[in-house]
Write a protein that binds this ligand. Structure first.
Ligand SMILES: C[S@@+](CC[C@H](N)C(=O)[O-])C[C@H]1O[C@@H](n2cnc3c(N)ncnc32)[C@H](O)[C@@H]1O
Length: 459
């Protein structure tokens, strides 16, 4: 065990992570992990603990960074686990606190009174594969839970925290608010429900973490009471918490998630926008296309990565709209073609892309870094993030491909397209979707499919 006290040497992170994956993948993961929790939030987490416990003995913190959660609160002992020695080196800890420079999943702890922390927020695609396989198995053995392959890093740390507590322990973590409803966290929720632990989730005002595009929460799981109560709160502008009637805040509850197998065969279907691997180089602006001598049709096809440019009430993406709002506006609007033999110009363009511009897990996993599968042309393009009553949707007159946060809807007739582009007859779904970030709501594709199925399956 490599215990760190102030000023002590740590182990090179390359050595500690040598079994996780290739170093470039590990370093991508570690870069994405590095977020510092603001002091107010550290104090707020401890305030929740002191409301529920008079005295606290052993505290653990997985992914402890510089051990900042050790700086507040009253406790018998604090042990933080941090893989990155550079983070530990900056720590100045109280006498009853220590940092262990190792993977958080290396020790079979089961006697902690409190688990606290802000686990890493890293998407499933960016998790080191060897690490993920090992910790998924370890968690399955310890908790019986199979973590979804789509789970973000924080889920593994959340389960580890629960498993490392005594039978009456308390878990207080900063995790994305969306864990209360996202399908990828279902197994985690079911585990908590099956154990009848009490849960309080405090949705925080959006601006807490500038660099992480998500709404965060302080989530409290109390293993002591065993009533199985779940409560949801929203932070107010004055810094208090208001009780919410449901996770989304609506008395109608969150829009359900409909799997493909549960939808009617006749229902139109939304499919998530293409993730080409890197929009930076695989989608182009008009200027980039022209400068690289790429021809429309032969080398590139129209695409949209956002509907933000379109004014409310615009129902069709026509040539004129595409020209003024995308081509002339310098927006990314061309997707390279991967379904035909690339022309000399396209080959020259792809060869000119600096290696550093495609170091994403999606590109690195491909045999040919740029060769994604060309998506089909949808009838309607719909944004997943929205501020108004309903996500923006437009009829796809120009046969553009849906990319990134714009999804495509397939199998609609003209009437159905009109209804969808009119906000499914002007419904207000704002309160039925959990908050995402910066005042934005984000509807998941399977929630869109639930709405489409409700509206059109019986027509
Ligand atoms: C979101 S940061 C939080 C840091 C600090 N606790 C704070 O709140 O400011 C998550 C930390 O987890 C660390 N980490 C990621 N994977 C880890 C692992 N397997 N074991 C231990 N620490 C890990 C990262 O290096 C990073 O410092």
């Amino acid at each position: 065990m490599n215990i760190v006290t102030a000023g002590a040497a740590t182990q090179p992170v390359e050595h500690l992570t040598k079994d996780w994956d290739r170093w470039e993948r590990v370093s991508l993961y570690l870069d994405r992990c590095q977020v510092d929790t603001p002091d107010e939030l550290v104090l707020a987490a401890w305030a929740h603990i002191s409301q529920l416990r008079h005295t606290v003995g052993k505290v653990i913190d997985f992914g402890a960074g510089d051990g900042r959660f050790a700086q507040a609160g009253q406790y018998g002992s604090y042990t933080g686990y941090e893989i990155d020695g550079r983070r530990c080196a900056a720590a100045a800890l109280p006498a009853n606190a220590k940092l262990v420079n190792a993977c958080a999943f290396s020790y079979p702890i089961a006697d902690a009174d409190v688990a606290i922390g802000n686990p890493p927020f890293v998407r499933n695609q960016d998790l080191p594969s060897g690490w993920r396989a090992r910790v998924a198995k370890l968690l399955k053995d310890r908790t019986g839970v199979s973590v979804s392959g789509l789970a973000n890093a924080w889920q593994y740390f959340f389960l580890l925290s629960l498993a490392s507590l005594k039978a009456d322990g308390l878990c207080v973590l900063i995790v994305p608010y969306e864990w209360v409803s996202r399908p990828s966290a279902r197994a985690l929720r079911e585990h908590i429900i099956a154990n009848k632990w009490d849960v309080s989730v405090y949705r925080l005002i959006d601006t807490v973490f500038d660099s992480v595009l998500t709404t965060s929460s302080i989530t409290v799981v109390d293993k002591r009471s065993r009533n199985g109560d779940w409560q949801f709160f929203e932070e107010t502008a004055e810094g208090h918490y208001a009780l919410l009637p449901s996770p989304s805040g609506s008395s109608q509850g969150v829009i359900p998630y409909l799997r493909r197998s549960e939808a009617s065969e006749r229902s139109p279907r939304a499919i998530r926008g293409l993730s080409p691997g890197t929009q930076k180089v695989l989608t182009l602006t008009e200027g980039e296309r022209v400068r690289n001598g790429l021809e429309i049709g032969r080398d590139v096809v129209a695409c949209v990565t956002s509907l933000r440019q379109l004014s409310n009430g615009m129902a069709e993406l026509t040539e004129a709209v595409f020209r003024s709002c995308y081509r002339n506006a310098g927006e990314k609007c061309w997707l390279i073609r991967t379904d035909s033999l690339p022309s000399e110009a396209l080959v020259a363009y792809l060869e000119s892309v600096p290696k550093a511009d495609y170091q994403t897990s999606t590109c690195l996993e491909r045999e040919i870094w740029w060769k994604f599968k060309m998506p089909p042309v949808p009838e309607v393009l719909i944004a997943q993030s929205f501020k108004g009553r309903f996500p923006k949707a437009v009829k796809n007159v120009i046969s553009a491909r849906a990319v990134g946060g714009v999804s495509g809807v397939y199998g609609l007739d003209d009437d159905q397209s009109r209804t969808l582009c009119g906000g499914l007859d002007d419904v207000d779904i704002r309160e039925r979707v959990v908050a995402h970030s910066n005042g934005l709501r984000k509807i998941e594709v399977n929630q869109l499919n639930a709405l489409l199925n409700d509206a059109f399956a019986n027509q």
